[in-house]
Design a protein around this ligand. Structure first.
Ligand code: ADQ
Length: 478
């Protein structure tokens, strides 16, 4: 069995629970292959020469973590500039927020080349390389230029926009060409896959051998939809833990006379948080029976505060929440609790469980794992209702949620009313179906399916490990 090498912009120590399901799942595969995880350390150093000599290798159990630093100029152009100032907005259909600057794309190329240069000496001939997300689209092309012939896969965590939007990026032809240096390219949804196949047809004049095989630039590519999931077992375990139970009891008792709605996001303009607050306001306006009762807890973790397009959203949100509380609140009832902070992962299941409605309404989202975490945290005998934007990758699977158009404020408010009034039997039936999808497409299935497409022998061996793990977990004590 070959060794798995994961490359992503940032790393998470897979031993720490705060790392989340993705790191836990990748950590498990990496542990089983004695794998390597390579990425940026998060540190910014003064000059390029210091960055060049900054490779640090650490052992986290059986997993090797290798990181490099970036110099200020590269960081600003690669991370804040091209990745989060061009690719993130355009891939989320926000051409109005994209800041096309030739200077940034040079930095993006430089850092991808630096990643390749630093990674190559660490590679073994039978390694299988899995690259993650929009920061590293051209990495395989750089690795190939450096002589790598290993299997290389790429997974895009964010949406793939339709060709007419993607083509607005001045370097779209180059980006498409570099994607053909991979052996497998994975997307979150069938819609994303369709957009990519359509675009490759235009840009690369790719031939489509079958549903998943594209040919261009003398290379063959397997393109597929691999919807990411959560580690349901891990999340249920967290839910049984002390911190989650405390969070549940405290929240339930504090809001005993209220009906809670919850939103949990990074504070990002793609997450539709202002529209959500407006929809909640509309609910209170048109369904006054909810006043003194419905309470929205909106947790929005600080995110990418150095990127220009993020500056306004915090102020807008504070203003909107303040206006709802000022116009509708009373001495004993505050309609919106807005918390601009990260909540400890161990407490999240308790908060989700205490809320009658999970309101997840991004304007555009690759998948959205909060929606899945909300469902997995519910009490099956008295579950809450998921109100989900139809513009998330999750909506392709979670069709038993109340699907809404987040731009339609009145329509979203009506869905909130429907959720708050939903009879128990309907809540149970919907929850049961949703949990079924979430279990079937969990993060382990995502890993296994992607690696199955990239390197079948590796996936087979890992499948064996996973079966063993499940057998040991369910076996009665000797
Ligand atoms: P994100 O945009 O970060 O990820 P999402 O999938 O919603 O979005 O959340 C990822 C994780 O962050 C979840 O486990 C969630 O619990 C946690 N999180 C979010 N807000 C939090 C908060 N305020 N406090 C504590 N934890 C919080 C990108 C894509 C998504 C895709 C993921 C995975 O944008 O579409 O689902 O990658 O592929």
């Amino acid at each position: 069995m070959g060794r798995l090498v994961v490359v992503s912009n940032r790393l998470a120590d897979p031993r720490k629970p705060a790392a989340g399901g993705l790191a836990v799942a990748l950590g498990e595969v990496l542990r089983n292959t004695g794998g390597l995880w390579f990425g940026w350390s998060g540190a910014i150093v003064d000059d390029a020469r210091a960055a060049e000599g900054s490779l640090r290798i650490q052992q986290a159990g059986a997993v090797t973590l290798a990181t490099i630093d970036l110099c200020r100029e590269d960081h600003d152009a690669y991370y804040a500039g091209y990745s989060n100032g061009v690719l993130w907005p355009v891939f989320h259909y926000r051409l109005d927020l994209a800041n096309f600057d030739d200077h940034d794309v040079e930095g993006y190329r430089r850092v991808n080349r630096l990643f390749a240069r630093q990674l190559v000496p660490l590679l073994r001939p039978d390694d299988v390389i899995w690259v993650h997300d929009y920061h590293l689209i051209p990495l395989a092309a750089e690795l190939r230029a450096a002589g790598c012939s290993q299997r290389i896969g790429f997974f895009l965590h964010i949406p793939m926009p339709p060709s007419q939007i993607f083509a607005a990026i001045p370097q779209h032809e180059w980006l498409t060409r570099t994607l053909f240096a991979y052996d497998v390219v994975g997307f979150q949804s069938r819609a994303d896959l369709g957009h990519f196949a359509g675009h490759a047809g235009c840009d690369a004049v790719a031939k489509r051998a079958n549903e998943h095989r594209l040919e261009a630039f003398g290379r063959r590519l397997h393109a597929g939809a691999f919807p990411i999931g959560i580690d349901v077992d891990e999340f249920e375990r967290l839910g049984r833990g002390k911190e989650a139970r405390d969070a549940y009891v405290t929240t339930r008792d504090e809001y005993a006379r209220r009906r809670l709605l919850i939103g949990v996001d990074r504070l990002d303009y793609t997450k539709g948080i202002p529209q959500r607050i407006r929809a909640f306001r509309e609910l209170l306006t048109h369904h006054p029976g909810n006043r003194h009762s419905a309470t929205l807890i909106q947790i929005a973790a600080p995110s990418r505060e150095s990127v220009e397009a993020y500056a306004g959203i915090r102020i807008e949100l504070e203003r909107l929440c303040g206006a709802v509380n000022g116009d509708f609140g009373d001495l004993d009832w505050m309609p919106v609790r807005y918390i601009h902070r990260n909540v400890a992962r161990r407490r999240l299941p308790g908060l989700y469980r205490a809320a009658r409605v999970g309101i997840i309404t991004p304007l555009r989202d690759g998948m959205n794992l909060v929606a899945k975490e909300y469902v997995a945290s519910q009490d099956a005998s008295d579950p809450g209702v998921l109100v989900l934007s139809r513009f998330t990758g999750a909506a392709e699977q979670l069709t038993e949620a109340l699907l809404v158009n987040p731009y339609d404020i009145r329509g979203t408010a009506e869905a909130l009313q429907q959720a708050l009034a939903m009879p128990l039997a309907e809540r149970q039936a919907r929850h049961d179906a949703l949990l079924g999808h979430i279990r079937e497409y969990d993060v382990h299935r995502w890993c296994a399916d992607f690696l199955g497409a990239l390197d079948p022998p590796l996936a087979q061996a890992l499948g064996h490990h996973a079966r063993e793990r499940r057998r040991r977990a369910t076996a009665p004590p000797a």
